[in-house]
Write a protein that binds this ligand. Structure first.
Ligand code: SPQ
Length: 427
């Protein structure tokens, strides 16, 4: 039995979206390998970030969690203990890829596993450069698929020219470099999100960023600190689009993270003609944030490609929905990375939106959407992908008739309060 979803007349009110997933993961990870106490406020209690806590607890780290407040009592990387069971990352690509970089410099062996979706995702993008740094990693398909066994040791300085713009690849290598010998650097083809670089500095490390290259000197110690997690713009994106396409709506989203490497969604919505305004901006902190107000808007089609793609990669499913409600054609290209996310997000977005009557076609590296279409309620599925589940739920708000969403539970990976907040706004 799926979740029954019915059309919504309007969405109005103010909400605070949950904490940023990328920042929450990193706060627990860096706190776990830092010396001393780290306090985290606004932590995302989604399943992915809880998997990160559970893995570090299995490595002997004392972590106390009280809802969105987390205290990590770190004892440095040398304080990590050999795990007595496999480290299970659930659905979380960020957890497994960043942990590979950390575990490469521990004096013990660990095994990392995950769920069905993680079992399909490529890990050689991280294990291959880590092996070049001297890490000993084995696994299915020569270290491309879980379970992965990491025999810790000492990595050596290395320069990596990454073929893809990926914060997970960049972060794994930089985290290995932080504890390895010599200088490690990564050059990416386009800039990916820079939360690792910003947060390592907050933990007292020196990181050099020049253009598309990030470098770190090995042997640095992190010092426990306080991390304030802003709202996740990737979660806010669902309500930004909902506010724009549901009639008679005005939604205020408070304290949304506005790191420029993540704000591609705002650029695209502006390009499409959405009425967005900004309030209470704070850009004097490591991770800038502010309030966003969105109103029902007339949207027009656009082209999304190039260096914009890494700045909105996780928002493409919900942008595709916005495009079905825009006048004219929207073309999304250079987004082949979507094929290796929790699902092949080109296929899942296109197939599920087609079931609701959208005029949308997949291309090798993106999709082409012709608007404006009246969507119809239909039986649809999330395929276990949180972002597909939320996109289809927002689609149901404007569709004619009832939509049944199977596997809606997947949404708890990044947004456990999604339906509560949707209901609050619709009253
Ligand atoms: O953690 P996971 O499962 O990879 O989550 C996703 C998501 O949609 O939430 C991707 F499927 O976000 C990634 C994002 O796509 C989180 C992330 C990070 O925190 O570093 C970086 C991006 O991935 P990548 O491969 O571009 O580095």
């Amino acid at each position: 039995m799926g979740k029954q979803l019915t059309p919504i007349q309007s969405l109005n009110g103010t909400i605070k979206v949950p904490g940023d997933k990328s920042i929450s993961h990193r706060a627990v990870m860096f706190g776990s390998i830092a010396e001393g106490k780290t306090t985290i406020n606004g932590f995302l209690t989604g399943e992915d970030c809880l998997s990160t806590i559970s893995c570090f607890k299995k490595l002997g780290v004392n972590i106390e969690q009280d809802n969105e407040q987390v205290t990590v009592n770190g004892k440095g990387i040398s304080g990590l203990k050999p795990p007595t069971e496999d480290l299970y990352v659930g659905n979380s690509g960020t957890t497994i890829r960043l942990m590979l970089g950390i575990l490469a410099n521990t004096p013990f062996t660990s095994v990392l596993t995950g769920d069905e979706s993680i079992a399909k995702r490529p890990m050689n993008r991280v294990t291959q450069p880590l092996k070049q740094m001297g890490a000993e990693i084995e696994g299915n398909e020569s270290g491309n698929k879980v379970p992965l066994q990491v025999k810790g040791g000492k990595t050596k300085g290395f320069h990596y020219h990454s073929p893809i713009a990926s914060a997970q690849v960049k972060s794994a290598i930089i985290l290995a470099g932080l504890k390895g010998d010599g200088t490690t650097s990564v050059t990416e083809p386009l800039k990916s999100r820079d939360h690792t670089e910003r947060m390592l500095e907050a933990f007292g490390a020196k990181v050099e960023c020049e253009g598309l290259t990030v470098s770190i000197h090995g042997g640095q110690e992190l010092k426990g600190t306080h991390i304030e997690v802003p709202g996740d713009i990737s979660s806010a994106a669902f309500f930004l689009v909902a506010g724009a396409i549901v009639p008679n709506s005005t939604i205020t989203l408070q304290k949304v993270g506005l790191n420029p490497t993540r704000t591609g969604i705002l650029d695209v919505l502006n390009q499409m003609g959405a009425e967005i305004s900004y309030q209470n901006m704070n850009d004097e902190v490591s991770e800038p944030f502010g309030d966003l107000v969105i109103k029902t808007s007339s949207l027009k089609g656009t082209v999304i490609k190039g260096d914009l793609i890494p700045r909105l990669i996780d928002e493409i499913p919900i942008i595709a929905l916005a495009a079905t409600q825009a006048e004219g054609q929207t073309i999304i290209q250079d987004a082949q990375e979507l094929r290796v996310k929790e699902t092949d997000r080109i296929e899942t977005v296109v197939n599920e939106l087609k079931k609701m009557g959208a005029d949308i076609e997949a291309t090798e590296d993106g999709m082409i959407i012709n608007g404006q279409t009246m969507l119809k309620g239909a039986p649809v599925q999330s395929h276990g992908d949180h972002r597909i589940g939320m996109m289809l739920s927002i689609a149901s708000c404007i569709a004619e008739g009832e939509t049944t969403l199977s596997n809606s539970e997947a949404i708890a990976v990044s947004y456990p309060t999604f339906y509560n907040q949707l209901e609050r706004l619709s009253n």
